[in-house]
Design a protein around this ligand. Sequence first.
Ligand code: ZN
Length: 301
Amino acid sequence: MAWFKRDRKPIAAPAEKSSRVPEGTWVKCPECGQAIFNKDLAANLHVCPKCAYHFRLGSIDRLRSLFDGEEWVEHDAGLRSTDPLAFIDTKPYTQRLKAGAKATGMLDAVVCATGRIDGIETSVAAMEYSFIGGSMGVVVGEKITRAIERAIPARQPVVIVSCSGGARMMEGILSLMQMAKVSAALARLSQARLPYISVLTDPTTGGVTASYAMLGDVNVAEPKALIGFAGPRVIEQTIRQKLPDGFQRSEFLVEHGMLDLVVDRRDMKAVVARALRFMGAELAPAAVPEQTGVAVAAPSR
Ligand SMILES: [Zn+2]
């Protein structure tokens, strides 16, 4: 007879729902089953028109959804990882980097750009999940740090859109150091009294949650996004208990004081702009509407 017996049923792994938009003309919404014409979905910022399910959005589409006129200037696009640990797991890290570059056309998992959000010149970093799970290695940390350091002398606010599985373990301690580096840069931004808005999207986990994603002056999340440090499955397996419904989802986290707002993607730009303005961000000089209409003549005496 065994000394110890498991008296609870093992936890069934929740069924994985695909949230990527597959290739093809029609897409089926994983939430409500509605068939959506691909172009309609793109026009609706990849949000299901029937049930408002938020499909995952790529970094470039994200910038398009935020910047005025879909215009921006990209920075540090040429930075790439040097594979400092010569890391190999099931396959060499260099191969993973190549596959990521092929899938996304980018050299790492973040795009940093400056442009205008409703007339406010802003430094934005948007993470790309399709590049090794949006993981934060040296390049992601360095690019985000530079995006913040660029904003300080230019007196611009910062918006970081997180979408990440956490720190990139193939770069070991070097990836973990990025948490401290980016956080220190954000502290300098705060000392310069410039606003920072963190936008958390599905998923934001691990070292990204544990550093810059939770450091916003305002932390805004998309609906039903998974946000946490360890994933719910890992926690369930560790504590051997079923977690409450909606645990680690945006709405649950707002109720428990971890986030400030849950905002539909279609309203995100307006909410970000309003929050930036509330925190004192100013319109870029050329974006200030010119005085037109009635010409004021000098009073004649
Ligand atoms: Zn739907």
